[in-house]
Design a protein around this ligand. Structure first.
Ligand code: URA
Length: 260
């Protein structure tokens, strides 16, 4: 570090010397005002001491992020159209964090993720794993419902730009909760997290990582509602068995053979 500061100082001395020479020679270019020269001559700031660990509890830290999310206007059209933001729900020390794409109409109305039909199926999956909803953490990449053209019902997927605006909030949630694993539900959530669009066939059933946290990718529950084939349910359940194994959660014989 010391040698880095010395190198910086000697490079700066060179620049200053050259500028002074140019000024003395009456050249017009490059130009640096006296104020600029003076500010360049100021000593470089000392490297900052590492900041003190955050003394606040996880719920306090989450509440602070939630308050910022609630007034976010990075997507002005969504700030205008939403009933409320949908932050996330669950245990601040959850080992598993489920991540969906965006609130739908039900979530926008209730302010909680995954409370509609897809959410009820997600709750069943969580219970089949041996947990309650309150044991895990559930959030979306998007905290606002993607708006729909006037007079149209239903949901639309968020755009990459909308997701890019919202992702930092999710990253803060992850860094506060520090789950052992993340479970991304569906290709849009994966795109929001990893910035890559792939097919679920290629992505699911194996471990990925999101900033050092193991990431399992599986089908969105709404896909299972559309496609009732037992083979598809089985795939999601196999992904959940991998998650349970990863966190060391006991798996009964019944669960191993379970077919959702
Ligand atoms: N689908 C999602 O991806 N998230 C929700 O909260 C509800 C439905």
């Amino acid at each position: 570090m010391i040698s880095g500061v010395n190198e910086f100082q000697s490079a700066l001395d060179n620049v200053l010397g050259t500028l002074e020479l140019l000024r003395a020679g009456g050249g017009r270019s490059p130009r640096a005002s006296r104020t600029t020269l003076q500010s360049l001559q100021r000593k470089p700031a000392e490297p900052k001491a590492p900041s003190a660990p955050d003394a606040r509890t996880k719920p306090e830290r989450l509440a602070e992020v939630r308050a910022r999310v609630a007034i976010c206007t990075l997507c002005p059209h969504l700030a205008e159209s939403r009933t409320q933001t949908v932050f996330g729900v669950g245990h601040p020390d959850a080992e598993i964090m489920f991540i969906g794409e965006a609130p739908g109409a039900d979530e926008d109305a209730q302010g909680e993720p995954f409370v509609g039909r897809a959410g009820q199926l997600l709750t069943k999956i969580i219970q089949a794993m041996g947990f309650q909803r309150a044991d895990v953490y559930i959030a979306n990449v998007m905290k606002s419902r993607p708006d729909m053209p006037a007079g149209q019902s239903g949901n639309r997927p968020p755009t990459p730009q909308e997701m890019a605006h919202c992702l930092p909030f999710l990253m803060e949630q992850i860094s506060i909760i520090q789950p052992k694993v993340l479970v991304a539900l569906g290709a849009t959530a994966v795109e929001g997290l990893l910035g890559t669009r792939g097919t679920m066939r290629d992505l699911r059933g194996k471990w990925h990582a999101f900033h050092d946290t193991p990431l399992m990718i599986t089908y969105h529950p709404s896909y299972l509602l559309r496609n009732q084939a037992p083979s598809e349910k089985r795939k999601v359940w196999e992904d959940m068995l991998l998650v349970m194994e990863k966190i060391g959660h006991p798996i009964s014989d019944k669960q191993r053979k379970y077919f959702l």
